[in-house]
Design a protein around this ligand. Sequence first.
Ligand code: ADP
Ligand code: MG
Length: 708
Amino acid sequence: LGNLLGLKESHEKREEDTTQHTTFENTPEDIESTRRSLPAFKVRSDLLTMIRDNQISIIIGETGSGKTTQLAQYLYEDGFCSGGRLIGITQPRRVAAMSVANRVALEMNVQLGEEVGYSIRFEDYTSPKTRLKFMTDGILLRETLLDPELEKYGCIIIDEAHERSLNTDIMIGILRNLLVKRRDLKLIVTSATMNAAKFSEFFGNAPQFTIPGRTYPVDIIYSKNLVNDYVEAAVTEAVKIHLSNKISSGDILIFMTGQEDIEVCMDLIKEKLTEVYSKKFGISKFEEISDLEIFPLYSALPPALQNKIFRKLDDSRRKIVIATNIAETSLTIDGIRYVVDCGYSKLKVYNPRIGLDSLAITPISRANANQRSGRAGRTSTGVAYRLYTEETLETEMYVSTIPELQRTSLQNTILLLKSLGVKDVLSFPLMDSPPLQTLLASLYDLWLINAIDNFGNLTSLGKLMSKFPLQPSLARILITASYNDCSEEMLTIVSMLSVPQVFQRPKQREKEADLARSKFFVPGSDHLTLLNVYSQWKQNKFSSQWCTKNFVQYRAMCKAHDIREQLVKIMGKNKVLLTSSGTDWTIVKKCICSGFAHQAAKLSGLGKYVHMKTGMDVQLHPTSTLFGLGDPPSYVVYNELLMTSKEYICCVTAVDPFWLVESGPLLYGIRRIDDDSSYHQSFALMQHKTGNDHAREKRQRDDIEREI
Ligand code: ADP
Ligand code: MG
């Protein structure tokens, strides 16, 4: 891992160093004076006293006041870690964990991974020297599995608690129990201004401390009419701001929902500005424009690019940052004066009625809207352009975002709590309770994949699943594959599913890229297509040139490779054997079918499918190998459901309906029309069973040993 990452890093560094536009302001003196100018610094000794005097402290402060980057450093400087104890700081977002660890390492003038490190899923940048450990809340949760008392930590800082991420909420519950046992463990919960009182209450009225900070007034300008296309509206607004305000007046931050619309937005701004500048100054391409730089910011962005965003540009150039809600509270970019807020964000939502998790573009809450606008008023007065009407805000937006706990599936959480020995998950201490329906549906799903038994106890298979940092169904598919002689292949597929898009499609070279991509196609299967890409890359000695030539993202491939290595280790530790099917990919397909049997769809019309468990209409995502085929397969399983304007199924594999019946006997059955009907006809009636069927089936199967 080290080597791989090392290689990548130095490669990226080289790229970075050739960028001539950016000016550095990272001398130790500059860093020190920046640190001293933060609101937290003014109350440094009060903060330290409070933390010393209390086991639990709730610390509240405006975004950018220094909670994330400074608190742990103050404790460190104060000698808190002298006995070798660690301070663990959790973040709900991976990008934030990486980025702030980088920043803090720089501020402390140490090599990242030594005194200051970070750990996110599949990526560990810590060493025995590490004292300040930044990590995602999910990582700390996993650590409690190995070490329930969290012995190596002297202090845990649950940062960004107001986000109410699922893992944060669970971690907070675990800590409430643990703090009673470990009197020497300190807990700091930090929050932006919303929600703080609730945390204090949850911890028996723990003391609160507000970091005084000042913000400047922000003018809020609503859209007068309903906005049809927020990307287009954002582009128009940003271009207008750029052209009608002095460059030195400040930078622009645009909130979009995800990588896709960020990229479109970026391209459109470039296009529009090139048009304007070509009329004015006769330039012919965007690169000739010298008074502006545009940066995307989303979670899958390579770290080296993330760091660039923070650098100050000189006064003759304006920065436009187009970000997801990462920039709402997790990361603060100085110098923002104008905010453009599209009014939406991508949220994971679980619909217990249909029993599915999906990513959906959802209106933000009023609390989000205020946070977003607030980003314009950090250093002076600012303006926020909201791409929605005031009426929309008042009538259609929640006051605050619904906690993740109340809107996602709880399979992972239940599995984890059960592994931690929590017998009755319903009585686990939580700040808000999840909907009972979700809880029951998740328990049912876990039962369906044999993770828990009829009494709700963890099975040995369930225990094994919990060792993998994967969603339970993916962990199960790996374990099952091992018994079916194809875990080598499945490992690759699962690893490839764990990284962002591996195919590149650069502008102006779309045709070439599509052709290159189609060469990897394995008919009828996106999963096997991914396996094929990896296998060919391996045959080509993991070369980066090969990737470039074939329009494959080298970085994503390295990541997949690295994830694969880590999963191999976990498999080894837990005696899950590595087996291979050689060139017989039908075995692999069967295994995919059994693993994803609960996510199957049936052809219902030209290019249209219907979800077999829920009856919902779904469509193939255009990136699928199966998209646009003249003869689409009748039955498919998929990896992910994406809800945008339509419901798309992503990463799809065609399956034989027989396999579905075999692998999901609890879900599917065969109903015969008449005795001489062909198999085909009988399958035309194959259906998802009703709830009653399930109950009956469950009773019938009560004594059946269902473990693998
Ligand atoms: P809070 O957690 O209270 O929102 P932070 O500690 O994240 O505040 O931020 C404090 C300051 O550190 C901000 O001014 C921010 O711009 C700066 N900062 C954070 N990360 C970086 C980075 N990677 N590069 C430069 N400055 C950074
Ligand atoms: Mg912070």
